[in-house]
Design a protein around this ligand. Structure first.
Ligand SMILES: [Zn+2]
Length: 314
C-alpha cells in the first residue's frame, strides 16, 4: 500500500491539510487532519503503526517547517487513531474522558502484534487478522494516553485557528468526538465513507445522532474517519444507509432471527453491494442485537471480530 508522501490542502482553506491514506476497502487506514497555523501545529488522529506515523510526519515536514506539533487530538481510542501518538512526545494529547477511561479495554500495540502473529491461522479470526492486519508493524508503537480529557465540549487554538471538539459518544466507540475547524468537520469513525462501517459501542441511534450533530454544524467539507472527504450530501446519503440498517436489523430481531441469520438474510438481498468490507456489518448487527435485548452482556471486541471473520469466510 503506497502511503501519501505529501499533505493535501483541504480545498477552500489555507491552514488545513489532510494526510489521506486512501483506506477505502481496508481496515486501519484512517484520515489524519493537520492544522498548521501561525507558529503552531496540531494533528487530529495518528496512524496505526510507527512506520506509517513516521511516513506521515515526513510528508508533513515541508508544510511544518520548524514548528513542532503542540496538540494531538484522538477522535476515539481505537489503535488506528491513537497508536502513532508516541511519535509526538511534546504534544498535549486530547481525548474525551470516556475514551480515556475505556483505553484499558483496547488492545495495546504489543497485544495487537501478538494477536495478529500468534493466533492460529486455522481459525477464522486468526486468518482474518493476518489477512487484514498483517500489513501493519505494531512492534515499535507504545500506548500513549491522552494528557488532557474533557466531557461535552472543548475548544483550543492552533495559532489563530479555533478548533472546537464535541463529544458524541458512545456511538462508534464509547468516547467519540467530532472536531470542527471553521466550515470543516472531522467526524472520526461515526462516518465511514465508501465501506460498511463497524460500530463497537452503539446503539445505531447514537451513531445517527452523531451524524446529525455533524450536519447541524453546517459543514462545507466533511472528513470521515476513513474514506474520501465529502460534503453534507455525502453524509446525508450515509444517514439514509444507517437508518435503513437500523430498521432492517430491528425487523429481523423482532421476527426472532438470530444475529447471524439476520446478517445472512440482509445479504441475500444484495445489501449495498457497492460498499466494501460487508462482514463488518456482522459487528454492527451483533452490537445492535445486544442493545435490543437489554444490553446486559455486551460482546467483546474479539468476540465481535470473530463473528465477522466467521461470516467472511463462510
Ligand atoms: Zn478507524
Amino acid at each position: 500500500m503506497a502511503l501519501p508522501t505529501q499533505l493535501t490542502a483541504v480545498p477552500g482553506t489555507d491552514k488545513l491539510y489532510l494526510w489521506d491514506p486512501k483506506g477505502t476497502g481496508l481496515w486501519g487506514y484512517a484520515n489524519c487532519l493537520w492544522v498548521i497555523s501561525g507558529p503552531d501545529a496540531a494533528v487530529i488522529d495518528t496512524p496505526y503503526d510507527g512506520p506509517m506515523t513516521e511516513a506521515m510526519i515526513a510528508a508533513a515536514r515541508p508544510r511544518l517547517g520548524s514548528r513542532t506539533v503542540g496538540t494531538v487530538v484522538n477522535t476515539h481510542a481505537n489503535g488506528d487513531h491513537t497508536f502513532g501518538n508516541y511519535l509526538f512526545p511534546d504534544a498535549e494529547i486530547i481525548a474525551t474522558r470516556a475514551g480515556h477511561d475505556h483505553l484499558h479495554h483496547e488492545p495495546t500495540p504489543q497485544e495487537m502484534h501478538a494477536l495478529v502473529h500468534q493466533s492460529s491461522a486455522d481459525v477464522p479470526l486468526g486468518r482474518y487478522l493476518r489477512d487484514h492486519f498483517g500489513v501493519f508493524d505494531f512492534s515499535s508503537a507504545r500506548l500513549t494516553a491522552p494528557t488532557l480529557t474533557f466531557s461535552g465540549q472543548h475548544m483550543f487554538r492552533v495559532g489563530d485557528t479555533e478548533v472546537e471538539l464535541h463529544e458524541v459518544g458512545p456511538a462508534h466507540h464509547v468516547g467519540d468526538l467530532v472536531a470542527r475547524i471553521g466550515d470543516v468537520v472531522c467526524t472520526g469513525d461515526v462516518f465511514f465513507h465508501g465501506d460498511h462501517p463497524t460500530h463497537w459501542a452503539g446503539p445505531l441511534q447514537n451513531v445517527i445522532n452523531a451524524c446529525e450533530l455533524v450536519l447541524s454544524l453546517n459543514p462545507r467539507v466533511v472528513i470521515p474517519g476513513h474514506g474520501r472527504p465529502t460534503d453534507q450530501a455525502g453524509l446525508e446519503e450515509h444517514l439514509v444507509y444507517l437508518r435503513t440498517v437500523q430498521r432492517e436489523v430491528r425487523l429481523r430481531y423482532e421476527a426472532g432471527l438470530t444475529a447471524d441469520k439476520a446478517m445472512d438474510d440482509l445479504f441475500r438481498r444484495d445489501f449495498y453491494p457497492h460498499l466494501g468490507l460487508p462482514e463488518r456489518l456482522m459487528i454492527v448487527i451483533a452490537v445492535e442485537y445486544s442493545h435490543l435485548s437489554g444490553g446486559s452482556a455486551a460482546p467483546t471486541v474479539l468476540e465481535l471480530a470473530g463473528q465477522a471473520a466467521l461470516w467472511s469466510y463462510r
